[in-house]
Design a protein around this ligand. Sequence first.
Ligand SMILES: [Zn+2]
Length: 421
Amino acid sequence: MSDPERLPTSERRALDDMSYREQLAYVLERSTFYRRKLAGSHTGGGLEAIAGLPLTEKAELKATTTADNPFGAHLCVDPSELVRIYSTSGTTGAPSYIPLTAGDLDNWVTGSARSYAASGIATGDRVLTTYNAGPFVAGAALDAFERIGITHIPVGTGTSERLLLAIEQLRPDAVVLTPSYADYLLELADLRGSSVGRVLVAGEPGGGEPAFRAKLEEGWGARVTEAMGIGDVGPSLWGECEEQAGMHLGAAGFVHVELTDPDTGEARELEDGANGELVLTHLRHRAAPLLRFRTRDHVQIWTSPCRCGRTTPRVRCLGRTDDMLIVRGVNVFPSAVREVVGGFAPDVSGRVLVRPRTAGVKQEPPLPVAVELARGTAAGAALADAIRAQLRAALVVQTEVELVAWGSLQRSEYKSRLVDR
Ligand SMILES: [Zn+2]
């Protein structure tokens, strides 16, 4: 079979269209949830008509769970066919369960393996990972490392000393961690001379922001690439190649990609450079397939050819829609605030915390932002003024910048909190 990552776009689209038609028919036959949801919609077409179908929200799925069916009414198979059940962490309330058939799991591992292999890691490489997968879908990404054929060194989090010792003694070629943790480790050790040549970051936005990436690459003396997935649809669906021009769709053939206006839900053209909320549709899923699922990830997309030869679309995550604030009509992503502030290194540590005055998305200016100073740097009014001016110029937002001492904002071995609600 030809390589789905390098197929001409039109050929891949034709294959995806066929898969989609089968997936839609399958869902209409087996999913109570979608039979009900799509009643009254035109379900006759292929991918060209997909924007006519309603979007799926996570909360809707959750609302159909019962004591007898904890998965939700979108479950399409007999529970005896399930080989694995993951949970999503769920920022609010109880977890959601993600059931998989053997085929679903195999497709997940295939897609994740492509996403991570895009970074350049290959058979013979030693790769140290820090996922405490537990109940979460990242566990399937761990299977992907085995599929690629690398020597896997699982370390997990919670033991930075052990991790640093493993880097020293086992000399891995690559490490896999969140960008926050990659950043934090640089405070604990000088890693420029380590064996690590590739830092693979995932789990939160940030690894693709130029100033933040430059800081990590400089500190590690290594190339930084990122990967991204969404628990309900698949782990590490996307992975960046060595050209570092955005994350390629590793899950090509398994997932269909759309962009929408996050406010109106209207579909946007997948043009080179376009941005919007990422909406994903399973193409070959069996246990609990999702159609037009709102990921709440706000991304920029590129469809132009990549020098690596892959023809799959590439994305960069601009932020989570859930983290977004609207200050006098302007959308502000906390990760974008961090990126602008990062430009003031070496005076700042790069850590920020946005502290909205009121609950909810809409905020009145000025928006309070705590900016952590670099180690040994004293606060100066001129620096705060300069940061405020740059935030206004770059993001069109009025802020109130408070400089805080080095070490006063939280460090994380997992994800950083950028907003204090
Ligand atoms: Zn590429």
